[in-house]
Design a protein around this ligand. Structure first.
Ligand code: PXP
Length: 250
């Protein structure tokens, strides 16, 4: 597999437009409108997480995203039977498996593929047969990467939350150590033939060193961009992120 250090994709996560909508009930603000705006502003993909409790994105949002988007949908979900049925009905471009319950996650926050290896191997097989690219959201940990590779995932998304938290809290040693793990594990996963994505908690301060990693092909960014959109509008917020990512890559 070759990497594409010249271009890094930006996936925009619109979950928190739905959070705002659901705070009031009713239909506004509409996350699908945000997705279409993000697409128009240059997003390479849209990410939406249908949670079991439907706390932000709801089923009809996924229906409408599938009907209207022209860029790929990255459908985030927990590895449950209900979500598998929904994914198989829609066949989105990508399915990203994420932990929702405490017992599914590692201490660093990613999905514990090592513990669930057999179950996940069976779980993702029909999704792959349906043509979805299966991505697994994991910590930058060699054992988790090896397990994701063994079960046949095509993509891993490395969890950048610990790196971003350390940066926000001024713990610079921790931040640098987390970044080093992300750097090493991106190269390692790429050498196994996995496509590497990254995300969670990224903002204008933290995006550059991650976007600079040549093996990282896609960043998925939501909460910060939606917050920033309140102040400068979604298009300009996204353009600034795109500019920083391109500059990091140059
Ligand atoms: N990637 C994955 C797998 C996620 O679960 C999330 C959060 O829903 C994100 C990226 C985006 O994180 P944030 O909203 O903090 O940018």
């Amino acid at each position: 597999m070759t990497n594409n250090a010249g271009h890094i994709r930006l996936g925009v996560n619109i979950d928190h437009v739905a959070t705002l909508r659901n705070a009031r009930g009713g239909g506004l603000p509409d996350p699908v409108r945000a997705a279409l705006l993000a697409q128009e502003a240059g997003a390479d993909g849209i990410t939406a997480h249908l949670r079991e409790d439907r706390r932000h994105i709801i089923d009809s949002d996924i229906d409408r995203l599938m009907e209207t988007l022209t860029v790929p949908l990255n459908f985030e979900m927990a590895a449950t039977d209900e979500m598998q049925k929904i994914a198989l009905r829609h066949k989105p471009h990508a399915v990203c498996l994420v932990p929702e319950k405490r017992e599914e996650r590692t201490t660093e926050g990613g999905l514990d593929v090592v513990r669930e290896e057999n179950k996940l191997a069976h779980y993702i097989a029909p999704l792959r047969e349906a043509g979805c690219r299966v991505s697994i959201f994991i910590a930058a940990d060699a054992r988790q990467i090896a397990a994701a590779h063994r079960i046949g995932a095509e993509v891993i998304e490395l969890h950048t939350g610990a790196y971003c938290d350390a940066d926000a809290e001024g713990r610079t040693d921790d931040r640098d150590r987390e970044l080093e793990m992300i750097r090493e594990m991106s190269a390692h996963a790429h050498s196994l033939g996995l496509e590497v994505h990254a995300g969670h908690g990224l903002n204008y301060d933290t995006v550059t060193p991650v976007a600079a990693l040549p093996e990282v092909m896609e960043l998925n960014i939501g909460h910060f961009l939606i917050g920033e959109a309140v102040f400068r509008g979604l298009g300009p917020a996204l353009h600034e992120m795109r500019r920083l990512m391109d500059a990091a890559r140059a």
